[in-house]
Ligand binder design. Structure first.
Ligand code: SF4
Length: 427
């Protein structure tokens, strides 16, 4: 029997679809790792290889985030027309299984690893069920090493993506992570992470920990950092801004090879942070915290959510000024997006403020709800202006001109974002 794993393309003409650097889907490689050996496994990533392959697979398994869902459904129709059985998982199908079931034969809701072998056995026996939902979350000791050989020969920026923890102890209103993985913070044994890293080690290797918060358990992260010291990896991950408050901790990350962290600043307004449940952030200390990151050789990919109820049109120039003053190396400015399964969607539904369920527009680049402090057009235009301004050469010069070891990552990242934005504007 054969299964083809499918990662649908991001919509073209959108920032994520136009970015030249691509990362592989770790979740599909993880599912491949729990696929019984009698199954032959293939991977098609439309972001890398644009045309659907002619496949002799018996089963097609698609994963999709919400903006990819319309494309996932079109691909499901394509494969079903060719006589394939199609199953779908990922955040979107997990939150809206009934919608997905109108387009595919079966849905995997939530974490897939525990339930996937059962789905395959049912398929072989001709008794595929409409929905597979695991009764429990996987023990982190049971997570097998992802089958990265599936990424071979594909033009990814790099394939050393790995996961050490799942879940987040916090529950921000706009975030889908807790709804999917639960609030319990689960950790893989450090030994097994280090063994996996050892297998990936090459000269000047980069690694990216896809964890939503690598540093939520100090003891665990300190043990990991101690084990990584001297391994020679340059790595990136996610951490909250209050990581800077603990100098010993952030120093250990830098000494373990950390060159960059994705940091959710979300807002410069303390009241807005409180309203969205971002309890790790104090906007008053942002400037100082950013300097602490930089002083430890760690660049910041910041994220600032646009369009929360406290935002007015002044927010766009304010953010640009802050990013330049704080010398934020790179940033994204997602428009608040009411993803299915999130608290913010529930609230905006109650308030009658959802404007669109066109899922391809749930790409954090389009306004899909009625903002409070400005018009839809002001939010959309402010988003475009801020991105253009932040990725202008003048702003890059102000933010990253001083040599610093993370420049090797952030200079190409700025150029990559700038090029993607320009391509997007041309489409
Ligand atoms: S935004 Fe970050 S801190 Fe907040 S719930 Fe999501 S992962 Fe956790």
């Amino acid at each position: 029997m054969k299964v083809l794993f499918v990662s649908p393309g991001w919509p073209k003409g959108r920032l994520w679809g136009e970015l030249g650097f691509k990362f592989p889907s770790l979740s599909l490689a993880a599912l491949a790792a729990v696929t019984p050996p009698e199954w032959e496994v293939g991977l098609w990533d439309e972001n890398i290889e644009p045309s659907p392959p002619a496949t002799d697979a018996d089963l097609v398994a698609i994963t999709a985030m919400t903006p990819q869902a319309p494309r996932a459904y079109r691909l499901a129709a394509h494969f079903r027309a060719a006589g394939k059985t199609v199953v779908m998982g990922g955040f979107h199908a997990s939150n809206l299984p009934d919608e997905a079931l109108q387009q595919v034969d079966s849905v995997v809701a939530g974490e897939g690893e525990l339930i996937w072998p059962e789905l395959l056995a049912d398929f072989r026996a001709g008794r595929l069920q409409p929905v597979y939902r695991s009764g429990s979350l996987i023990e982190m000791t049971a997570i097998p090493v992802a089958r990265r050989e599936l990424f071979g020969g594909k033009k990814y920026l790099f394939t050393n993506t790995l996961q050490t923890t799942r879940g987040c102890p916090f529950d921000c209103e706009f975030c889908s992570v807790t709804a999917f993985y639960g609030r319990k913070y689960r950790k893989r044994p450090v030994d097994s992470v280090l063994a996996e890293l050892e297998g990936l080690r090459r000269k000047n290797s980069f690694a990216f920990f896809v964890d939503d918060n690598l540093v939520a358990d100090r003891n665990y992260a300190m043990e990991l950092f101690a084990g990584m010291r001297g391994m020679g990896f340059k790595w990136l991950s996610h951490a909250p801004i209050d990581f800077a408050d603990d100098r010993e901790f952030i120093r250990a990350a830098g000494e373990a090879g950390c060159v960059g962290l994705f940091v959710g600043f979300e807002s410069l307004n303390q009241e807005a942070l409180k309203a969205m449940g971002k309890v790790t952030n104090s906007s008053r200390s942002y400037l100082e915290a950013a300097k602490v990151f930089r002083d430890h050789g760690i660049g910041i990919l910041g994220s600032f959510v646009l369009g929360n109820d406290h935002d007015t049109p002044d927010v766009f120039p304010q953010l640009l000024r802050f990013c330049e003053k704080a010398r934020i190396e790179a940033a994204i400015f997602p428009i608040l997006t009411p993803y299915p399964g999130t608290e913010v969607r529930r609230r905006l539904e109650v308030e009658g403020r959802i404007l669109s369920n066109a899922w391809e527009d749930y790409d954090m680049e389009h306004v899909t709800f009625t903002p409070k402090g400005m018009t839809v057009a002001e939010l959309q235009e402010g988003y475009d202006w801020l991105n253009r301004s932040f990725y202008s050469f003048g702003s890059m010069y102000k933010r990253i001109w001083k040599l610093h070891r993370s420049v090797q990552v952030f200079a190409p990242m700025n150029i990559g974002f700038r090029a993607a934005l320009r391509r997007k504007m041309k489409v």
